[in-house]
Design a protein around this ligand. Structure first.
Ligand SMILES: NC(=O)c1ccc[n+]([C@@H]2O[C@H](COP(=O)([O-])OP(=O)(O)OC[C@H]3O[C@@H](n4cnc5c(N)ncnc54)[C@H](O)[C@@H]3O)[C@@H](O)[C@H]2O)c1
Length: 362
């Protein structure tokens, strides 16, 4: 028997819901856009008129009280993620929470302890994991590349990116009444950039090459850009280098290169709003051939929803980022800031608190 679609309630009708989640859920083969909730009634009405959920709520409690809702996508400001995820889980709903998981390491760990062995799925919205090229690269690293010798990864946001994204995304609507944290998320620029873009970079390398156990970062601020140059070490001893530059006076670039003793892999993800699979080439030394995917489905947001729903409905193994992954990424982000501020190497496992506690140049 085909399992019924997972009925999803989306919390937040803001930009990411409009540009990604709502359309992704409508297109997903195993999910249904059942409910939409936003405290801003005018925004809710306008967005619901486009995406036509079965029902709408201005109160999150009302959405959670609806027994038809199986799962909730939390698409709100970062500061609200953990408290809202906890309320949803307490109401028995599965949760897909946007990245980064939260603001402080402690609040995320408290959520994990509280969740214990409750049989609910929590997935963090690191959508790159659902790019077929990234999945293929991970498979190749695990099974064919041999011992990992070194890793490079980069995320360069373009100064001209918004011209491109404006063309690719639907026209977004907003409201004066939307709920925002007391401190507007983008006001604190270095921390905002590290949290919002750095979380993708760090999750990508963890997904491909495993846990990061040492971080030595430098931050250069100038010409309107923040340049983070980060030396890392992976749990298996491999050294790595990550660079996060926002913005660059050049094109958007997101990618990685991994060198092993039996092969290597290079990947480049186009600006994600193109919904095009990344260009990944795996080289196998044994037969001296490159292997490259073509024509794969690169709608990472729709595939992310399908992966979430498959984990809930069919008990599929979780391909998306878990709570553990979300916390590990936050630890590395705090370690990057701490290392840049102190000018020495630090161990992510020793980190606590949040980016807010660390002095960073503007
Ligand atoms: N995966 C990605 O590549 C990607 C890209 C962009 C943004 N994001 C993430 O998406 C998240 C949301 O970003 P955004 O720009 O859409 O946020 P936003 O704050 O502009 O919009 C969130 C909406 O949620 C509503 N809301 C918040 N709390 C509510 C509550 N308790 N009850 C009812 N409504 C509530 C607000 O009224 C607002 O309309 C952020 O965490 C951001 O980091 C991810």
């Amino acid at each position: 028997m085909t399992p019924r679609p997972i009925r999803i309630g989306v919390l937040g009708a803001g930009p990411i819901a409009q540009a990604a989640h709502l359309d992704a859920i409508r297109k997903a083969c195993n999910a249904e856009l059942y409910a939409l909730c936003d405290a801003a009634a005018d925004l809710l009405e306008r967005v619901a008129a486009i995406h036509r959920p079965t029902t709408c709520y201005t109160s999150f409690d009302a959405l959670l009280a609806d027994p038809m809702v199986d799962a909730v996508v939390i698409a709100t400001a970062d500061a609200f993620h953990v408290p809202l995820a906890r309320r949803a889980l307490a109401a028995g709903k599965h949760v897909l929470v946007e990245k980064p998981l939260g603001m402080t390491i402690e609040e995320c760990e408290a959520l994990q302890s509280w969740l214990g062995d409750r049989r609910l799925v929590v997935q963090v919205g690191h959508n790159r994991r659902f790019d077929p090229g990234f999945s293929e690269a991970q498979r190749f690293v695990r099974h064919e590349l041999g011992a990992v010798l070194a890793v490079k990864a980069w995320y360069h946001d373009s100064a001209f990116r918004y011209t491109m994204t404006d063309n690719l995304q639907p026209s977004l609507v907003t409201s004066e009444d939307r709920l925002q944290p007391p401190q507007p998320p983008k006001a604190d620029r270095p921390r905002y950039l590290l949290r919002t873009h750095g979380s993708h970079l760090v999750d990508t390398v963890r997904f491909l090459a495993g846990d990061i156990v040492r971080v030595h970062a430098r931050l250069r601020v100038g010409g309107g850009s923040h340049c983070w140059f980060i030396a890392v070490e992976f749990a298996d001893g491999a050294p790595g280098h990550l660079d996060l530059i926002i913005p660059v006076q050049g094109d958007f670039e997101e990618g990685f290169q991994i060198f092993g003793d039996r092969g290597s892999v290079v990947g480049r993800l186009p600006l994600v709003w193109h919904h095009r699979a990344s260009h990944v080439e795996c080289f196998r030394a044994a037969d001296r051939t490159y292997h490259r995917l073509l024509g794969e489905d690169g709608h990472t947001w729709r595939r992310q929803i399908e992966g979430f729903a498959a984990t809930i409905g069919a008990g599929a193994a979780q391909h998306g980022a878990t709570l553990h992954d979300g916390i590990a990424t936050m630890r590395v982000l705090v370690a990057i800031a701490e290392s840049a501020a102190r000018g020495c190497a630090v161990d992510p496992a020793q980190m606590h608190g949040s980016l807010e506690a660390i002095p960073l140049p503007g």
